[in-house]
Design a binder for this molecule. Structure first.
Ligand code: MRU
Length: 370
């Protein structure tokens, strides 16, 4: 585990602090198994690249920054497993590993940014040992930056939150989706930490229920007042003046300021525009994709219809084994786009680790990245 962690987990009435992921001394990835929360708290172990790809694809880990970190650890696992002295063989092995990881999930750019940075450290003029050291050191840099940047987002975003503020969010953009602290949940954590009285409305986030299961679990553990609402209730709540501010995370922010985030985010942005509620996006640097011009070019992951047709549930609060149950007419078809695009014009600003990028976003992003 890397240093201090803020993510609180209540186990047998005792508070323990965790990171959502860590690499142990054997090079095994340990990650909180997000498929099981909030019903049971289990650590998933990925010993090699194949298991690491499984963890991303099957959403043991999820959330853009965490997917990036997991991919980086996967490359390190491949590098550590390399035997030999031939640089071109090492390069080939890491290229294959990169291709496998790139196939896991298409939308969150943090994954591709991490793979690109790790590929860029390879140097044919250096020995295999030195190259593996460079990979390790870049993985450490990516982890450190993610941790620091999420804290930064908390500090910067906290300025938007007044005492007694009511904030709405969607999906899980908390410590679980990063390594610690979160993106959209970072300002909320910080506001709570400095003693502001806040209430959070959590969109349930059908079909995987990342809001109702993961964000609610984090907020409960923090002791932050929150209500889970059905996604369809957001319009009513916003129109009734119940929400002062909406903060969401992002899976990809492209150069014109359009963003991809969990399905339902676009709807929230339109509602905010209609009712003049500030709509902010919070993200670290790794979530920016300056090579893509507009949201139209972002690949939206289409997941199995099974996720819409079924839901995980338990029978009573004392149970820990959730069961997947059919909740729809069993012979109907389903569609399941996992993300949507929110156009830059609907966004009030982007909370970064050092400043809030204001409209026009395209120019602000250009200046921010120099
Ligand atoms: O499908 P998921 O659960 O990986 O989607 C996650 C989201 O959409 C988050 O809001 C986004 O990654 C920001 S997380 C810091």
């Amino acid at each position: 585990m890397v240093g201090h962690s803020d993510l609180k987990v209540i186990i047998n009435k005792e508070i323990k602090n965790f990171h959502s992921i860590w690499l142990d001394e054997k090079g095994t990835i340990n990650a909180i198994d997000q498929r099981k929360l909030p019903f049971s708290f289990e650590i998933f172990q990925a010993k090699d690249l194949k298991q690491t790809c499984f963890a991303i694809k099957e959403m043991v880990v999820r959330g853009a920054p965490l997917i990036g970190i997991t991919a980086a650890y996967g490359i390190l696992q491949a590098a550590n497993a390399f035997i030999g002295e031939d640089f071109s063989q090492l390069e080939k092995k890491l290229k294959n590993a990169s291709e496998e990881l790139a196939k896991t999930r298409p939308t969150a750019v943090d994954l591709f940014n991490a793979l690109y940075r790790l590929e860029a450290v390879l140097d044919s003029s250096l020995s295999v040992t030195k190259n593996i050291e460079s990979v390790k050191s870049m993985v450490e840099t990516i982890v450190k930056e993610t941790l620091e940047e999420c804290r930064g987002i908390g500090e910067v975003g906290n300025r938007l939150i007044a005492d007694k503020c009511t904030i709405m969010t969607i999906c899980n953009a908390g410590a679980l989706a990063t390594i610690d602290f979160g993106t959209a949940l970072a300002p909320i954590r910080k506001a709570n930490e400095v003693g502001k009285e806040i209430t959070v409305y959590v969109n349930e986030t059908r079909p995987r229920i990342q809001g109702g299961r993961l964000t609610a679990w984090e907020l409960h553990n923090e002791g932050i007042e929150h209500f889970i609402n059905a996604d369809g209730a957001a319009g009513h709540l916003i129109s009734q003046g119940k929400i002062d501010l909406v903060i969401v995370g992002a899976d990809r922010i492209v150069s014109n300021g359009d963003i991809a985030n969990k399905i339902g985010t676009y709807t929230l942005s339109v509602l905010c525009k209609e009712h003049k509620v500030p709509f902010y996006v919070a993200a670290p640097r790794s979530t920016f994709d300056l090579k893509t011009a507009s949201g139209k070019e972002i690949i939206i992951e289409e997941r199995s219809g099974e996720e819409v047709r079924t839901a995980m549930s338990i029978d009573s609060i004392n149970e820990t084994k959730a069961k997947r149950r059919i909740i729809h007419h069993p012979f109907s078809q389903n569609v399941n786009p996992a993300f949507d695009i929110t156009p830059a014009k609907n966004i009030s600003g982007i909370i970064t680790p050092t400043e809030i990028l204001q409209q026009p976003l395209e120019q602000s992003i250009k200046r921010f990245f120099g």
